[in-house]
Design a protein around this ligand. Structure first.
Ligand code: ADP
Length: 413
């Protein structure tokens, strides 16, 4: 069966067409800079890549272009769209309602819309992608895979903020966590690499990219994660501040910042960009630090120090840590960041094999020494294949990798 995986964001739509269950990629590509004058389509077919400037005003038009391209005469990979057996979508926020991937019906659509309140930048374009596919392929099953779902096992003690309880009841203000599809994928893969079952691993999974989050995985389940109500909380990121004293915002409000300015400040102007004054991209920051730039060095030090604090906290939360996993653009590629982070957390029994670390760029590897108590893995994340598997499984009414009901309350205290 052919499964189309869609990740629709506000400025881009990424797609991958799989032959399942073989997990073979038939075609992949993206439409970028949606709504701008220089939108672009990139599409791979038969070992070739075609790129083309396009005019695309919104996610709906981008989806239409993707579907048209998949069946186009010269670059198509399908005879007709009905060959697509199912479509899986990455959806950022599933609130408290979704504890696993689901087949999309009107009720699911209404819920995704409802949770737009909690993820105003993400859920609306995710939904636009779903609705566009529904218009063009009304009879094809669609599946929603939520970034929040893997974190449904986080106990109340870890997801409650110490705010008046009514705010949780009235507005659903709590920690939800994100990057769940990635954390689940790498936690499962780490268990496999250790020759264990998926529920037989305690791990700290570090998804370090432009957005970064850490998750404490106990017996294969998320029991705490660094992102919160929104993806702003946690470690500093490319342009996001991560954890802050909230009183900084009140202070700045008195200095004349309005809500929009504070939002932009914390989400778009802070993190590595704000600290370094150079870039949000870790490659540029590492380059500048290498040339002696003090603020670039500071940005790196703050990033690693704050990750160290989370890892210390999560090793306490987990009691025993079997593995640390690095993934995401930085986690998969930055030898320097992995080295600095691992050196900083040696007290949890982790010993880095420096040469193995140097060799592990963009590929799966075990990078701990033989005598390390804790395994350290680099595992390139593959959210698309996780979505393809959930979509295939649900469509074929087979078991999927979802939280079992008995595990939902397992970690409550
Ligand atoms: P996103 O969170 O947007 O999915 P990615 O996971 O693709 O982002 O990570 C992108 C980030 O990864 C870039 O901004 C860059 O900082 C970092 N990165 C990629 N390659 C390297 C590298 N070789 N060294 C250091 N950082 C890298």
């Amino acid at each position: 069966m052919k499964v189309l995986v869609i990740n629709a964001g506000s400025s881009s739509v990424k797609y991958r067409l799989y032959q399942m269950p073989q997990e073979k990629v038939i075609s992949m590509g993206f439409v970028e800079r949606i709504g701008e004058r220089d939108s672009e389509l990139s599409h791979s077919y038969q070992n070739r890549i075609h790129t083309e400037p396009v005019k695309v005003a919104n996610v709906g038009e981008a989806m239409e272009l993707v579907l048209r391209t998949l069946v186009s005469e010269d670059r198509g990979v399908l005879g007709q769209l009905s060959e697509i057996g199912a479509v899986g979508h990455r959806v950022v926020h599933g609130g408290e309602e979704f504890t696993g991937s689901v087949i999309i019906d009107e009720k699911v659509i209404a819920s995704i819309e409802k949770f737009s309140d909690l993820a105003p930048l993400h859920n609306p374009p995710n939904l636009d992608g779903i609705l566009a596919v529904k218009r063009h392929l009304p009879d094809t099953k669609q599946v929603a895979c939520f970034d929040t779902a893997f974190h449904a096992t986080i106990p109340k003690v870890a997801y409650m903020y110490a705010l008046p309880y009514e705010l949780y009841e009235k507005y659903g203000i709590r920690r939800y966590g994100f990057h769940g599809i990635s954390h689940r994928y790498v936690a499962r893969r780490a268990a496999q690499l250790m020759g264990r079952g998926k529920y037989d691993i305690n791990a700290i999974t570090c998804h370090l990219g432009n957005g970064s989050s850490l998750t404490a995985v106990k017996n294969g389940h998320s029991i705490d994660t660094s992102m919160g109500l929104t993806p702003l909380e946690g470690v500093p990121m490319g342009t996001r501040s991560g954890d802050l004293d909230p009183a900084i915002l009140f202070f700045l409000e008195k200095k004349g910042y309005d809500v929009q300015a504070l939002n932009d400040l914390c989400n778009k102007e802070s993190g590595m960009l704000g600290l370094s004054g150079i870039s949000n991209d870790m490659r540029n920051i590492e380059g500048a630090a290498g040339k002696g730039d003090e603020r670039a060095k500071l940005a790196i030090d703050v990033f690693c120090y704050r990750i160290k604090k989370y890892m210390g906290a999560y090793s306490a939360v987990l009691d025993t840590v079997d593995a640390v996993v690095f993934t995401g653009g930085i986690g998969e590629n930055s030898v320097l960041m992995r080295e600095k982070i691992c050196d900083a957390v040696s007290q949890i029994g982790l010993k880095l094999d420096r040469q193995a670390n140097k060799n592990a760029i963009g590929k799966e590897a075990e990078i701990n020494t033989q005598d390390s108590d804790v395994k350290v893995f680099v595992i390139p994340t593959n959210e698309q294949v996780a979505i393809a598997n959930d979509t295939y499984g649900l469509t074929k009414e087979q078991a999927t990798d979802r939280i079992q009901p008995e595990h939902l309350k397992e970690y409550q205290v």
